[in-house]
Ligand binder design. Structure first.
Ligand code: GCU
Length: 310
């Protein structure tokens, strides 16, 4: 049998792993005489940049990576790292579910041997640290971990913090040892990845909604018959459905555990103050990277429509 290897950063408890269990089950039910799907969670095969490279060379077949980690493979993905790109969750979902438009973005990694197959919702990213962040000024001078993404580094520095890019798996120890002061992520990082043990203040400044992507090796996908390809596409779509349903359950649970068992304090902040600090970055990024202009404008239209409730 041909072994299909899938690398994930997340643990077996994460919604994405549950989604990929469904992917595995579906593919094996339909094509089990030919394929066996093996899942490698917890960055077992390396951090996301490494896992994308392994997917690119065909050493493995799929990986799940956040769009920030795809920026160095196709810089159009920088758009998703723009702080406050989406003005509401509705707009975010409308944009990501606009498959015809998104397929154009997904195709952008093809010349690097990669194809994006589906996306996963991983909530909203917020800052968390060893000390409370109440206003943008509190970020001044803090060393904050960001993903290995040019746009995330710009974003973090625009907030006045000092961006410290590294892979996800390194963050816990670096906060614990005081090499960095904190990081930014969704609530599951506090529990699933235990960051709440070492960073006790989580501020709802809501700077990004960045999706995760299922990225496949293009050659492998192109080698499939149309029927087989459809099975993999359907399996991917199913994995997204499962992931999203799980996600909604997991966020509330994570918040509860972080607050009541880990002693993390959740702080509501004046989001607008944080927004004003970094909005000039939009103009700057649009100037520096013409490839994001079209998708940026498209998302602004979606933001407007979502506001009008259309
Ligand atoms: C989230 C996201 C991952 C990403 C991680 C990170 O957990 O789902 O894809 O790797 O953040 O900050 O590195």
């Amino acid at each position: 049998k041909r072994i299909i290897r899938v690398a994930l950063s997340q643990s077996e408890e994460h919604p994405e792993y549950k989604g990929m269990e469904t992917f595995k089950k579906y593919v094996e039910e339909k094509l089990g005489d030919k394929y066996e799907v093996q899942l490698y969670p917890n960055e077992l095969l390396g951090g996301q940049t490494k896992a994308i490279e392994l997917t690119q060379t065909g050493a493995i077949d799929f990986t799940i990576a956040g769009t920030p980690n795809l920026e160095i493979f196709a810089d159009v993905y920088e758009v998703f790292s723009m702080p406050y790109l989406f003005t509401s969750e509705d707009a975010y979902f409308a944009a990501m579910n606009d498959t015809d438009y998104m397929n154009k973005i997904y195709a952008s990694t093809e010349d690097t041997g990669l194809q994006v197959v589906t996306w996963y919702n991983v909530g909203t990213r917020n800052f968390y640290a060893k000390k409370a962040i109440n206003t943008p000024d509190d970020l001044k001078g803090l060393k904050m971990r960001v993903q290995q993404s040019p746009a995330s580094i710009k974003m973090c520095n625009a907030f006045g913090a000092a961006a410290s890019p590294m892979s996800f798996g390194e963050v816990y120890t670096e906060i614990q040892q005081g090499v960095i002061d904190g990081a930014e992520n969704n609530e599951l990082a506090l529990t699933n990845n235990k960051h709440g043990e070492v960073a006790k203040y989580y501020s709802y400044n809501k700077h990004q909604m960045v999706p995760d992507m299922l990225v496949g090796n293009l050659k492998f996908l192109e080698s499939l018959s149309p029927e087989e390809y459809q099975v993999f596409k359907d399996a991917a779509a199913l994995s997204t459905e499962v992931e999203m349903a799980e996600w909604d359950k997991c966020v509330d649970e994570a918040k509860d555990i972080a607050q009541n068992q880990m002693g993390v304090e959740f702080i509501d902040v004046d989001v607008d103050a944080f927004k004003q600090k970094v909005l000039p970055l939009h103009e700057q990024m649009l100037k520096e990277n013409p490839k994001i202009v079209d998708v940026y404008n498209h998302i602004q239209e979606i933001n407007e429509k979502a506001k009008e409730g259309k």
